[in-house]
Design a protein. Sequence first.
Length: 188
Amino acid sequence: MSKEAIKLTTPLDEATVRKLKIGDRVLLSGVLYTARDAAHARLIELLDKGEDLPFPVEGAVMYYVGPAPAKPGKPIGSAGPTTSYRMDPFAPRLIEIGLRGMIGKGKRDETVRDSMTEHGAVYFAATGGASALIAKTVESAEVIAWPDLGTEAVRRLVVRDFPLIVANDTHGGDAYEEGKAAYREIEL
């Protein structure tokens, strides 16, 4: 585990992602794309039809969030992570075509973890309950697809030093499982 935060900028390449290990603290800057379940279903529908996606997936990082409306003068409202397992049915397909990172909270299923290992992607955990603080890292936000989905529309965010922890890495590491195992070893 790194002691100092690793500064990364999107888009991410496979070699950079493969160096990350669970527990690494990361400060991520650059472009993120937001999408939740409804948007993911539409992304897969486009892929099934052989159509282009509304953003370049290769090297992209997707943030699972449904942000609150922005206050005057702010790019975005509170923007905390949503539970990631709802995107598990869709994630492997996006990882296969070059998605390098996902941000959310909670465990991922085995299929997603296997796809990350095979294709070189990482899952970052963002701190739930810190949505107002996370929003401060967002410099700009714009809806780029499906405004009819409201908070679940696909947005293009530009962030600076978004604080994250690597929860699943390309080596099969799982911070959720290792955390539980370490807790079980504690003598009470």
